[in-house]
Write a protein that binds this ligand. Structure first.
Ligand SMILES: Cc1cc2nc3c(=O)[nH]c(=O)nc-3n(C[C@H](O)[C@H](O)[C@H](O)COP(=O)(O)O)c2cc1C
Length: 216
């Protein structure tokens, strides 16, 4: 039986990793990490996330330059570049409907209603960048936790030049490049816990500014 770390422990102990060893990631683990992310929930199940898995040393070197020269981008054996496709839903809606029907979610009435709702919602959406970011970050975060559960270390990043990343990876203009996730094995000492704001600043009960009472 594999020794997977429990989520409660990971939540306590995970740190954003800055320095990675050259040691690689097992293909089976990488696939499990990716598939975990692909099981994330998304609005209408439209899955607008697109991931570029960067392993090639040359590509990692170029990506590092596009990412503020952050050394972890080149050091980590894998960097997952999480993107959101702002137009893909127009194509994917029919496949998502087909999948829903295949899995017994609904019939023709369900399909028509879903098509109508999606087009009404997304056809005139005021901020598709925001919409794809919401979905994609859940999938990417799921990958982060799965990687940690399998015993790897992770470095989340938004410090990059979007256009430069697009150029290095050949990412189309209608994709937003949202997030980089370095995965590998920590080299040296992990970062220290930097602390968190008091929950009184960030969590409220029933309405904003009404304190949520933690019992401990
Ligand atoms: C969306 C996002 C973007 C981040 N971007 C960077 C980055 O570009 N470079 C970096 O060194 N750390 C980056 N971090 C890591 C944060 O600095 C780190 O998570 C935070 O300081 C809390 O530390 P902890 O994760 O160890 O608890 C990022 C984290 C997140 C969630």
């Amino acid at each position: 039986m594999r020794n997977e770390k429990p989520l409660s422990e990971l939540v306590r102990l995970r740190r954003a990793t800055d320095t990675f060893a050259a040691e690689s990631i097992a293909d089976s683990d990488l696939e499990e990490i990716l598939r975990a992310g692909l099981e994330a929930p998304s609005s209408y199940n439209l899955q607008p996330w697109r991931f570029v898995v960067v392993r090639d040393g040359n590509q990692r070197r170029k990506l590092r330059m596009a990412a503020m020269n952050q050394q972890k981008v080149e050091e980590a054996p894998v960097v997952i570049v999480a993107c959101g496709d702002t137009l893909g839903w127009r194509e994917d809606i029919e496949e998502v409907i087909r999948l829903g029907q295949e899995h017994g979610i609904g019939g023709d009435v369900w399909a028509q209603r879903k098509r109508k709702n999606v087009i009404a919602d997304l056809g005139s959406h005021p901020n598709m960048s925001m919409w794809v970011a919401k979905q994609t970050m859940i999938a990417a975060t799921t990958m982060m936790w799965m990687a940690e559960a399998l015993g790897y270390d992770t470095g989340p990043m938004e410090g990059f030049d979007e256009e430069a990343v697009r150029t290095v990876l050949g990412i189309p203009a209608h994709f937003r490049v949202l997030f980089l996730l370095a995965i590998g094995h920590l080299r040296g000492e992990d970062g220290k816990y930097p602390g968190r704001l008091s929950p009184s600043r960030t969590v409220f009960a029933d309405r904003y500014e009404q304190p949520f009472q933690f019992t401990k």
